[in-house]
Design a protein around this ligand. Structure first.
Ligand code: XMP
Length: 332
């Protein structure tokens, strides 16, 4: 398959068009890989999940999925990957809990780009360690989509990326695989239609974008396990409440950030120091600019009450009302 989307290629907007695309890709993938094994880093994000479901349909357990939990996932995310892929789709899934490896390396590191580099590099190392344990793998599947191809063309033309984004490209020299990239000519909306046609849950296919370095860039400064735990719990409350009031469908990206500062608070008649949880909810088309979604006060009050009473270590809740520009979407 070439890297250029033909002008005549019809936009995949309906289940029927998705079914035709799936049928064609199943044939292509079978012809490409024969009876060999294919490896896939399955993060649980939309693109890798859709590739996994498509390849399971094409080659079943010849696909070996590796899910690396870097300890920076949101609450329940790794469990959902295991439930859907291993339990429901009978995937050949290797689950690696690498939390300690990542958090030990990140201890004391406060510079955002250094954190990103450590997470990206360690991710590749953990994945490569798993790949070396397997026999007979000749192919690597990736959830590359058309905007990624367009972005690489731009970068090759010398335009600088604002932040370093990581994926599994750049594996060590001893691991040479042929790539399988069945989604590389699709736009994101088409990937979602294909995902639903493959039977993946709506919530997974339409989930908000989540950065590769995960909660690592939302636990600001040097990550500590207690603050990371508080962040994960507070973020889960925000997501639950947005789902209940229908905002999850309307807001492009929403999450919690916890800075490395404390303020004084009061609980059971005594003063104590706690972190603030900062809520962020933005809408955008392409993540280059973003606007602020208006959140009803009743929802904000409920989220504040829940976070401050349910999450150990947090004593205040703040809302970030800054559009992009001047703020970026993430805080790091
Ligand atoms: P910013 O903060 O630059 O974010 O306005 C724009 C979009 O990119 C996501 N983002 C990342 N995604 N790795 C990723 O995979 C990263 O290091 C990273 N940093 C930011 C961010 O969540 C938003 O959707």
């Amino acid at each position: 398959m070439s890297n250029v989307r033909p002008e005549t290629m019809e936009r995949i907007t309906t289940p029927e068009l998705a079914a035709a695309f799936i049928e064609e890709q199943v044939k292509e993938v079978r012809a490409q890989v024969g009876d060999k094994k294919v490896l896939l880093a399955l993060s649980g994000g939309v693109d890798s999940s859709v590739v996994a479901a498509l390849l399971i349909k094409a080659i079943g357990r010849q696909l070996v999925c590796v899910h690396v939990n870097h300890g920076l996932m949101r609450k329940g995310e790794s469990e959902q990957v295991i439930e859907i892929f291993r339990n429901q789709l009978d995937a050949n899934l290797i689950y690696v809990d690498a939390t300690d490896r990542f958090l030990d390396l990140l201890a004391g590191v406060s510079d955002p780009e250094s954190k990103r580099k450590i997470i990206g590099k360690e991710f590749i190392e953990v994945f490569a360690d798993e790949a070396r344990k397997l026999d007979g793998v000749e192919f690597l599947a990736q959830g590359t989509i058309y905007p990624d191809i367009l972005e690489s063309i731009k970068q090759a033309e010398g335009k600088k990326a604002v932040k370093s984004h990581h994926n599994v490209g750049g594996l060590p020299e001893d691991l040479k695989f042929e790539l399988v990239e069945p989604l590389k000519l699709l736009f994101k909306d088409e990937v979602r239609v294909v995902g639903e046609a493959l039977g993946l849950p709506h919530a997974m296919v339409y989930r908000q974008p989540f950065p590769g370095p995960g909660l690592g860039v939302r636990c600001l400064g040097a990550i500590t396990r207690d603050r990371l735990h508080a962040l994960r719990e507070a973020d889960a409350i925000l997501r639950e409440e947005f789902a209940v009031c229908g905002l999850a469908e309307k807001v492009w990206q929403y999450f919690v950030v916890i800075p490395d500062i404390k303020s004084v608070g009061v609980k059971d008649d005594s003063r104590y120091e706690g972190w603030p949880a900062i809520l962020r909810a933005v809408n955008t088309k392409d993540a280059m600019t973003a606007t602020i979604e208006e959140i009803p006060y009743a929802v904000l009050h409920k989220i504040t009450a829940r976070i401050t009473s349910e999450v150990e270590g947090i004593n205040r809740v703040l809302m970030d009302l800054t559009p992009k520009p001047t703020g970026t979407i993430e805080w790091e």
